[in-house]
Design a protein around this ligand. Structure first.
Ligand code: NAP
Ligand code: SF4
Length: 674
């Protein structure tokens, strides 16, 4: 008897049956742009072998003007069809099903060729769009229909028409972006003419036995967004026009409310999809921050949807569904919703991967093949670098012994999990614990590894991490000065007024920790209130008129750095704004461009410039040092001095700009070579 009866139940679509209720949602990975179709095929085939019910590809442009950026992948010609056939054949051979997403970016296109219902520039693209005339609109519809027929020729099981997230089709629906006065604008009937016409003509072109998913924006989270009555009206019209399934879109890309970041509560928006249940007869899919089978099962058993979409969890673990079905959910590598290797890469023009699974999108290049010569490998340090090296080595068939002087595994992950909004790190450490045990790794915790202990091993991997950098500020030895480690381990008393020295990832995390009482990530109604999200049936677009209403800060915090640039500029590309906005809502003062002159009982004395202008006191009861980190290499250096050959990885190798993504990637890649 499975623990997930709803999730694993087949879904009969009449002309075809999906093997379960799991959709792998669309992700732009950048794989198609590599033009290495074997690599693209292997990415999807791995997820098909992992038993996902239906996959949706990354968005394919229907034409040049609709591409998210110049050169974005699409189905423009017969040779494109042949390339996509490589993917669909491989997926079908693995008994999988795959639909192609058709994505017209409209005014979100990063291109001077972009087009839209009205010539209104989006806040997230520098290019103002050209307003389409009647012929231009006809061309866009016809190109979308052609893309659908090419997808059918390429062997896809269906298409998803991207109608949400503020892209082209969505731009027609709301007055925020549609100021037209012809039959494509004005009344809601006119504004929804385009999506309905697209679905009607796609269905007409592909016939009855082809999946047509329409992704519908159910809560726009932008001013003048759709009302709930409009959402329902559109859903019914799209159903009548021939859609097979409705998928949920949450928030436009320009919305100033986080919708998928790790600080968003799990399943934060399934209540929105649930409102649509019963309004249409076709299956409805829900989405956003669903990352574990029990969460997905609950969503379905509570009647929030007929099917669940997860996207990033399939980067973290291709075998998500198979492991759930086999009762091995604890072995699923959890997506922690960090965006660091997926969306941050996409928005930097890099190929996506995954922080917890560096093999994602590198399936053909980073392989962990069984070794023919098993070795005894010692790994010192159980942070992300050491854990990944140990697990990947064990997976290849080596005998691994893992040392740490701490009493538990996880290293700095154990500090991250204390930060409000980073609760997903608990699950990541639990996952590693499960896998270390399953892999038969010998764990020597509470053990300071010595040269003598390590001498018998064939390979020695040093992953001893980092130590806090000493900022050498006069007075830093005073009783009112703490390191971030003291604070995040909860071992020290922190006063009411706090100055934080250093505004990198850790400075921001410590500020969040110090101003937050109960974590809103653990309390959905509080989180919705904090960010000003309301019921779209009561307030247009789901934006509360009163705006964000966060709880009061539990401390008065000043965050400082020496650089004069905007604080938090180097945080994650897609998540930095959330950290900044969160702290601003809590009235954290952010000050850059200062010298730290001294610390005394009254607080932190700062000034500006080489001549120490504008000297002033930042009054504080407690000063917390978050001034970056340096490699902890003492063991590595001793071993090298003794003539031992060692592999040094993670923060012990390079501390600057270290994060778990680089550490895990480096550990896995090293293990692949041993
Ligand atoms: P970091 O990001 O390198 O930041 C170090 C901070 O210390 C900077 O604000 C720097 O600013 C300051 N600093 C450097 N040298 C200093 C000195 N001698 N005296 C005083 N201040 C000094 O390092 P981190 O905050 O320790 O984070 C470590 C790594 O973990 C980073 O790569 C970070 O991105 C990552 N991390 C990421 C997240 C995340 O949310 N993605 C969260 C936590 C950590 P100035 O030089 O301008 O003063
Ligand atoms: Fe999830 Fe982070 Fe991996 Fe992206 S990089 S899939 S958000 S764990």
């Amino acid at each position: 008897m499975t623990q997930y009866p709803n999730l694993l139940a087949p879904l009969d679509l009449g002309f075809t049956t999906l093997k379960n209720r799991v959709l792998m949602g669309s992700m732009h990975t950048g794989l198609e742009e590599t033009k290495d179709w074997n690599r693209v095929a292997e990415f999807y085939a791995a997820r098909a072998r992992g038993q996902v019910g239906l996959m949706v590809t990354g968005g394919m442009a229907p034409n040049a003007e609709g591409g998210v950026f110049p050169g974005a992948a699409g189905l423009f010609s017969d040779s494109d069809v042949a390339n996509h056939k490589i993917v669909t054949d491989r997926v079908h051979a693995a008994d999988g099903k795959i639909a192609m997403q058709i994505l017209h970016a409209g005014r979100y296109a990063y291109s001077p060729k972009c087009v839209a219902p009205s010539a209104i520039k989006s806040p997230i693209s520098p290019f103002p769009p050209a307003e389409l005339d009647e012929d231009g609109i006809e061309k866009q519809i016809s190109d979308i229909v052609t893309a659908a027929t090419r997808a059918q020729q390429a062997g896809y099981d269906g298409v998803e028409v991207m109608g949400s997230e503020g892209y082209f089709i969505n731009q027609f629906l709301v007055t925020h972006t549609n100021k037209r006065t012809d039959r494509w604008g004005g009344s809601y009937e006119n504004r929804m003419r385009l999506p309905v016409e697209v679905v009607r003509r796609v269905r007409e072109a592909v016939g009855t036995n082809f999946i047509v998913i329409y992704r519908l924006s159910m809560i726009d989270l932008v001013p003048n967004g759709s009302t709930w009555a409009e959402v329902v009206q559109l859903a019914k019209a799209v159903e009548a026009a021939g859609a097979t399934i409705l998928n949920t879109g949450i928030g436009w890309h320009e919305a100033r409310i986080p919708t998928i970041a790790t600080s968003v509560p799990r399943r934060a928006f399934t209540w929105v999809t649930k409102k649509l249940m019963g309004e249409v007869q076709i299956p409805i899919i829900t989405s956003n921050r669903i990352n574990m089978p029990e969460v997905a099962e609950n969503v379905l058993s509570e009647g929030c949807a007929d099917m669940v979409s997860m996207a990033r969890p399939f980067l973290a673990d291709a075998d998500f569904v198979a492991k759930a079905a086999e009762g091995r959910a604890a072995e699923i590598a959890p997506c922690i919703a960090c965006n660091q290797a997926c969306l941050d890469h996409t928005f930097s023009g890099k190929l996506s991967s995954c922080l917890v699974n560096p093999r994602a999108c590198h399936e053909t290049e980073l392989t962990l093949s069984p070794t023919t010569a098993s070795k005894n490998i010692a790994v010192v340090g159980t942070g992300p670098a050491g854990l990944s090296a140990a697990l990947a080595s064990a997976e290849r068939g080596h005998n691994v012994t893992l040392f740490d002087k701490a009493d538990d595994i996880g290293g700095q992950l154990n500090m991250a999990k204390q930060v409000p909004g980073k609760e997903e790190f608990w699950g990541l450490v639990d996952y590693y614990r499960t896998m270390v045990s399953k892999a038969g790794i010998t764990l020597q915790l509470g053990t300071v590894a010595t040269v003598e202990m390590l001498a018998p091993f064939d390979e020695i991997i040093i992953a001893t991490g980092v130590a806090p950098r000493d900022p050498a500020i006069p007075g830093q030895d005073g009783p009112n000065v703490l390191s971030y480690i003291d604070v995040l381990r909860g071992k020290a008393h922190v006063g009411e007024k706090v100055a934080i020295i250093g505004a990198g990832g850790i400075g921001f995390d410590v500020a969040e920790y110090l101003v937050t009482g109960e974590s809103p990530t653990e309390n959905l109604s509080e989180w919705l209130q904090e960010w000003g999200v309301g019921d779209p049936a009561e307030t247009r677009g789901g934006l509360r008129p009163e705006g964000p209403q966060p709880d009061a800060a539990t401390r008065q915090v000043t965050l400082l750095q020496r650089k004069s640039e905007k604080l938090g500029k180097r945080l994650g590309k897609t998540t930095g704004w959330i950290h900044r906005a969160g702290l601003q809502m809590k009235n954290v003062q952010m000050i850059g461009g200062v010298n730290y002159d001294k610390i005394d009982a009254s607080g932190l004395h700062v000034s500006e410039g080489a001549s120490h202008d504008n000297p002033r006191l930042i009054a504080a009861d407690t000063i917390v040092l978050c001034a970056g980190q340096v490699p902890e290499r003492s063991l590595a250096d001793t071993l090298i001095a003794e003539g031992q050959s060692v592999h040094v990885i993670g923060g012990a190798d390079v501390a600057a700009e270290l994060d778990a993504k680089r550490a895990i990637d480096q550990g896995t890649r090293l293990a692949a070579t041993l």
